[in-house]
Design a protein around this ligand. Sequence first.
Ligand code: CA
Length: 226
Amino acid sequence: MKILLVEDEEGLILTLTDRLVSEGFEVASVRDGKAGFELASSENFDLIILDLMLPKMNGFDVCRDLRRNEDQTPILMLTAKGETIDKVLGLKLGADDYLTKPFEVMELLARIEALLRRSSVNNGHSEHGFRFGNVAIDFRRAEVKKGSMALELSAMEFKLLQYLVENRGAVHTRDHLLDAVWGYDAMPTTRTVDVHIAWLRQKLEENPKHPQFIQTVHGFGYKFAA
Ligand code: CA
């Protein structure tokens, strides 16, 4: 698996390269957006880690131009704290996920794993469904069954469930889920996330009070058990 790292912070380049190499990835790194765009256009990578603020060409423009060229390589955008609107723009421009600095390397690894799994699903290496416990999800039909019974999920419940499942193993803060699932138009609050999580547990978990799959990570948020 080859990863392109486009980042201008020397310390972060060293730390991430070290860690990714030790996890078995092949890593190429460049320090400005223009070089990132050029390398991504000339070589094949399995994933691109793209910083937002970069010399010569920013992460948005790199992302937009790659997508314009029909380059579907998964992009994980790195943003700094407070770049909230920018995060959404990043996703609209075609980034697949984002992570806010500073982050734990473990979290980065979990997101990389999720993106790679998702892109292999999209490439047809895997089915369009997912099963856990006695629940079966059909992503293409947006249907969920528990045993033989079809469950009624609202559109937002389904989107939230899909996001959690596709990124299983990764911990998501409420704010992250709001950005990723709801977007900004609806202006919901983090309470909205808690309510939808509770509804999903009611519908999917054997014991909603002691959820096996949709787990609370105290002090952080939620994750779907890997
Ligand atoms: Ca930067």
